[in-house]
Write a new protein. Structure first.
Length: 84
């Protein structure tokens, strides 16, 4: 089963994350099917870039977002409404 989850990158104590579509049996930083966004919690303010079209495509094809990614998608949607 495919999941949409975070893969950790960056230096020690300065993490950045990629939002990836990956087989749920693969390791956290394993080979991803597709990178659909990135998240930098260290930056002020936090940086969040998501490709909503691709996320919606993968969800419609059965991919399950993790709890953290669900929260980030909701946050991204709220920011889009606030800026519009």
């Amino acid at each position: 089963m495919l999941t949409i989850r975070l893969a950790r990158f960056g230096m020690k104590k300065k993490p950045t994350y990629r939002v990836v579509v990956i087989d749920s049996r693969n390791p956290r930083d394993g080979k991803a099917v597709e990178v659909v966004g990135n998240y930098n919690p260290v930056a002020q303010p936090n940086e969040l870039n998501l490709n909503r079209e691709r996320i919606d495509y993968w969800v419609s094809n059965g991919a399950q977002p993790s709890d953290t990614v669900k929260r980030l998608i909701k946050k991204h949607a709220e920011e889009a409404v606030a800026t519009a």
